[in-house]
Design a binder for this molecule. Structure first.
Ligand SMILES: [Zn+2]
Length: 271
C-alpha cells in the first residue's frame, strides 16, 4: 500500500505564521508528516513525501502529479489553519466535493459554478469522503481535550481536485489560537496529531481499500468501532485566512461577495 503525504507549503511559502512569528505552518506540517510517515513505514506501508525539507518549494499542481507518477494508493495533505480573531480552534478535514455537490464554504443558494464540472479528483468521489471520514474520526478522537472538532468539510482545493487517487486534506489546528498553538508546539501534541492521522489512514487502508484483508485496527489504537463518530455540523463562518491559491475554485467573486456581506452583517471581518 502506497501513501503519499503532502506537507503543505514550503520554500518561500511559509503558510500560516503564529502571531509572535516564531512558528510557521510549513515547519509544523513537515514535522507531523514525517512522524506519520515513520509510523506507517513501521507498519509496512510504502510512504512518499511531496517534500522532505523546509527549503523545498513545490507547486500545488505538482503535488498531486508527484503522487500520480509514484502510483500512490492515497494522498493526504497536511496543513494548519489561521484566523484573524484568534478565537477559532480545532480540526477540519476536507474531501473533494462529489460532482454536483456544493463545497461547504459555498454560502449562496445558487449552485456553485464548478459543482457540475468533473475534475480528475471526482473519479474517486466515494473513496475521497471515506478517507476524509476515517482520518477525521481518529484525529478528533486523538486530540480530544486539547482542541475541538470543526467538522468534516468539502472544498475543491487544487491538490484534492487534481488527485488521481483517494485524497484528503487535514487542517491540524489553528496557529492563530493560543490554545492550539501551545498544543502544536509541544512534541507530545504533534505526536498526538500524527497518531490520529496514522490511525485514520490505517482504518481506510485495512477497512476500505483492501477488503480482501481482514479489517484490523492500527497498533495500540482503540478498535475503530469504539471511536465516536465526529459531528458533521459546521461551526459558523469565521474570517479564516487562506492563501489565494488555496481558495476553492467555486468561490467565485459573487459567492465571495455574498459571504463577505453575511460576515459583515454578523459583525465579523472578512479576509
Ligand atoms: Zn496551508
Amino acid at each position: 500500500m502506497r501513501v503519499c503525504l503532502d506537507p503543505g507549503h514550503g520554500g518561500m511559502d511559509s503558510g500560516a505564521v503564529s502571531r509572535d512569528g516564531k512558528t510557521n505552518e510549513k515547519s509544523l506540517a513537515l514535522d507531523i508528516a514525517k512522524n506519520v510517515a515513520a509510523k506507517l513505514r513501521a507498519d509496512g506501508f510504502d510512504v512518499m513525501l511531496t517534500r522532505t525539507g523546509n527549503d523545498a518549494a513545490v507547486e500545488l499542481a505538482d503535488r498531486a502529479a508527484k503522487a500520480k507518477r509514484w502510483h500512490a494508493d492515497m494522498f493526504v495533505s497536511i496543513h494548519l489553519n489561521s484566523e484573524k480573531g484568534g478565537k477559532a480552534g480545532g480540526i477540519e478535514t476536507y474531501a473533494m466535493p462529489a460532482q454536483g455537490m456544493q463545497s461547504t464554504s459555498h454560502s449562496g443558494t445558487a449552485p456553485a459554478p464548478d459543482s457540475k464540472r468533473r475534475f480528475p479528483g471526482n473519479a474517486n468521489d466515494d473513496g475521497n469522503m471515506q478517507l476524509a471520514f476515517c482520518i477525521h474520526r481518529r484525529l478528533v478522537n486523538a486530540v480530544r481535550g486539547n482542541t475541538g472538532d470543526r467538522g468534516l468539510r468539502r472544498a475543491r482545493w487544487v491538490v484534492l481536485r487534481e488527485a488521481a487517487m483517494p485524497a484528503a486534506l487535514v487542517e491540524c489546528g489553528f496557529v492563530s489560537s493560543s490554545k492550539d498553538l501551545a498544543f502544536l508546539r509541544s512534541a507530545s501534541g504533534r505526536e498526538t496529531v500524527a497518531r490520529g492521522i496514522y490511525e485514520g489512514i490505517c482504518d481506510f487502508a485495512f477497512g476500505t481499500m483492501a477488503p480482501g484483508l481482514a479489517p484490523r485496527s492500527p497498533k495500540s489504537a482503540p478498535d475503530a468501532a469504539a471511536v465516536p463518530v465526529p459531528t458533521l455540523a459546521m461551526p459558523p463562518l469565521e474570517s479564516v485566512q487562506r492563501p489565494e491559491d488555496e481558495r476553492p475554485l467555486d468561490a467565485s467573486p459573487a459567492v465571495v461577495a455574498a459571504r463577505e456581506a453575511a460576515l459583515k452583517a454578523a459583525g465579523l471581518t472578512a479576509e
